[in-house]
Write a protein that binds this ligand. Structure first.
Ligand code: ZN
Length: 248
């Protein structure tokens, strides 16, 4: 059994908008799944998908337990995600599940809960050029990426991005209209690693792009539980001092 990877997608735009359906006929999740399948080593991943309209949004306790890294795409229906499921995903992150938050999922309940901030940003969807610059050459998530990824036509996200300071920043974007944006950011919460990756607006074929697919593969490999940050353990008598304390 390979690493358990669950690709979660809201899967609404693809059903309701013909332009989106033309790019992602089987859903954004299916194109992401195919990309990871094509680029990963044989047997490395056990890939599955889950969507909003499935019972429990496809995220049953059994699925969550088997998931080592989850990818999350959402946009128009963040509020329809049940708080109880968000709580369970949050718990799994603290236990060590990696979470890769994609594009408009900056406003998802799970990302905002993990960040503890509003996660606001500036945006404009007119199909302008973007350069996603690598700010940390040598970072595992930038492996195989040259100095920048160039997207001819994309949605703009602009600063200020209402996030806590990233623990590691891997990418920064420049847009044709002049804005910049922290496009690839890493945090740790509990034992879990979180990576936010900006590109991915549904009306552009972003997840078909070979460099974007490479980043997603890298991110999954980076975010897998590595046991390097074990949960602190406390002895039964937590108040017992290490040394005798004078005057006590
Ligand atoms: Zn978008």
């Amino acid at each position: 059994m390979g690493l358990g990877i669950t690709i979660w997608n809201e899967f609404r735009h693809e059903k309701e908008n013909d332009a989106v359906k033309a790019i992602y006929p089987d859903g954004i999740h299916e194109v992401i799944r195919q990309g990871l399948d094509d680029l990963s080593d044989s047997g490395e991943f056990s890939l599955s998908c889950a969507t909003l309209d499935q019972p429990e949004h496809g995220l049953t306790p059994a699925v969550l337990q088997q998931t080592d890294v989850m990818l999350w795409w959402g946009h128009m229906a963040h509020d329809e995600v049940q708080d109880e499921i968000v709580e369970q995903v949050h718990t799994r992150v603290l236990e060590g599940m990696g979470l890769i938050v994609l594009h408009s999922a900056h406003y998802s309940k799970i990302f905002r809960k993990l960040m503890g901030t509003a996660c606001n940003l500036k945006w404009r969807a007119v199909g302008e050029r973007e350069r996603i610059w690598v700010t940390r050459p040598g970072h595992a998530i930038a492996r195989g990426i040259d100095t920048c990824i160039e997207l001819d036509s994309t949605e703009m996200y602009g600063e200020p991005f209402g996030i806590p300071e990233p623990e590691e920043q891997v990418f920064i974007s420049w847009f044709e209209g002049g804005e910049v944006f922290r496009s690839g950011c890493c945090w740790r919460r509990g034992q879990g690693k979180i990576f936010y990756f900006r590109p991915g607006h549904e009306t552009y074929p972003i997840y078909h792009n070979p460099a974007i697919r490479q980043v997603l593969l890298n991110a999954v490999r980076w975010a897998k539980p590595d046991g390097h940050n074990p949960e602190p353990r406390y002895c039964e008598n937590v108040r017992k001092p290490k040394e005798d304390i004078r005057n006590s």
